[in-house]
Design a binder for this molecule. Structure first.
Ligand SMILES: Cc1ncc(COP(=O)(O)O)c(C=O)c1O
Length: 396
């Protein structure tokens, strides 16, 4: 079965009792048993629910593995993986450019209970090799990273990690299984903020953790029920609806991101564009090898003051200023004050997260409108600057 067919058919047969083409939302907390201990596969909805099961089946099919567990948020999924695998004294390696929430949970929740967090440039394989030691339990990578869209070599990092018995976790939120299949590259666990492209419509918060090996998956599955951060049946249904158009949406997101990256690249008011599809992106060659497309996100540094950056971000017509990404409606975000504000300013500077960085999540709008909106903002900034430097008429 090909990718788009899976998004529509995997785990989603018509409902057997009525023939309903779209499965109902099984909005129930519990299930009637035939006799004590004999049920029809469902006993309590924290443990399992038919709507959630359908979602887990399609997610597993898309990532090409047998096992997926859905969670109430991406961070709940991350937490289940961290809780399953980290014990005091263990070490975890994360990228410099990691998602702010991953940085926060590791530094504020896990580090205080004795986990050693090593944040390194995971794009540099020598640095990865040097950081991996006997105590390394997890090597956690994102590719593309958030927000600078840097590329990590998943196959090479997996080889290094496996050589010393560590597990590789890939946050595949930005690429989605449409553009990147981390298990084929050697990953042991994949996590998702389902909230983003998989659900696709900015109307739900959800997460998932997947594995190919039953023994790797089992402790995560156990924690899904034991700690209980499960999504509601309605939220699962929303994602089942959204995921059916994943391929179409990702194609449009990438088209729009490419048009925007090309329009911004080289503009005098733009210092730097981060998009793995640009030939000047440092991870372009690896992205070409390990992805089937370059994703739908673009970040760029404006050549301007923090005030100008904030004004630009706040006054776009089609890019709503908001956290999150991956929906059909375009978003713009200022990581330094929004998604990555939990990273202290000095740490942000060390990590290369400039205050002038803006992250764009082009939606499924027409590329022309999105590009025009951004170019209008840059032209407006140019006009504002020249009006400030112009000699007032009365002084002439
Ligand atoms: C790359 C990445 N991973 C994980 C998360 C966390 O997901 P959630 O917000 O669904 O908890 C996010 C959220 O922005 C993210 O961007």
């Amino acid at each position: 079965m090909k990718f788009a067919t899976k998004t529509i058919h995997a785990g989603q047969p018509s409902e057997p009792e009525t023939g309903a083409l779209v499965a109902p939302i099984f909005q129930t907390s519990t299930y009637e048993q035939e006799e004590p201990g004999r049920d029809k596969g469902f006993s309590y909805s924290r443990t399992n629910n038919p709507t959630r099961q359908r979602l887990e089946e399609v997610l597993a099919a898309l990532e090409g593995v047998p096992f997926a567990a859905a969670f109430a948020s991406g961070l709940a999924a991350e937490n289940a993986v961290l809780q399953a695998y980290l014990r005091p004294g263990d070490e975890v390696i994360i990228p410099l450019d990691v998602y702010g929430g991953t940085y926060r949970i590791l530094n504020k929740v896990y580090q205080p209970i004795g986990i050693v967090v090593r944040q390194i440039e995971t794009g540099d394989l020598d640095a990865v090799q040097a950081a991996i030691g006997k105590k390394t339990r997890l090597v956690w990578i994102e590719s593309p990273t958030n927000p600078r869209l840097l590329i990590n070599d998943i196959a090479a990092i997996s080889k290094l990690a496996h050589a010393s018995g560590a597990l590789v976790v890939v946050d595949n939120t930005f690429a989605t299984p449409y553009f990147q299949q981390p298990f084929q590259l050697g990953a042991d666990i994949v996590v998702h903020s389902v909230t983003k492209y998989l659900a696709g419509h900015s109307d739900t918060i959800q997460g998932a953790a997947l594995a190919k090996d039953p023994s790797v998956f089992e402790p995560i599955k156990f924690l899904q029920n034991a700690t209980g951060a499960v999504p509601s049946p309605f939220d699962c249904w929303l994602t089942l609806r959204g995921i059916k158009t994943l391929e179409l949406r990702m194609q449009r997101h990438e088209e729009n991101a490419t048009a925007i990256a090309n329009a911004l690249n080289g503009h005098p008011l733009v210092k730097r564009v981060y998009f793995p599809g640009l030939a000047n992106h440092p991870g372009h060659a690896i992205a070409q090898r390990q992805m089937s497309g370059f994703g739908g996100m673009v970040s760029f540094e404006l050549n301007g003051t923090k005030e100008e950056v904030v004004e630009f971000a706040s006054s776009r017509t089609f890019f709503a200023l908001g956290e999150s990404l991956g929906g059909v409606k375009a978003l713009i975000c200022h990581p330094a004050t929004m998604t990555h504000a939990s990273i202290p300013a000095e740490a942000r500077a060390e990590l290369g997260l400039s205050d002038a960085l803006l992250r764009l999540s082009p939606g499924c709008e027409s590329a022309d409108d999105l590009v025009e909106d951004l170019l209008n903002g840059l032209a407006q900034l140019e006009r504002l600057r020249s009006s400030k430097t112009a000699i007032p008429a009365t002084a002439q």
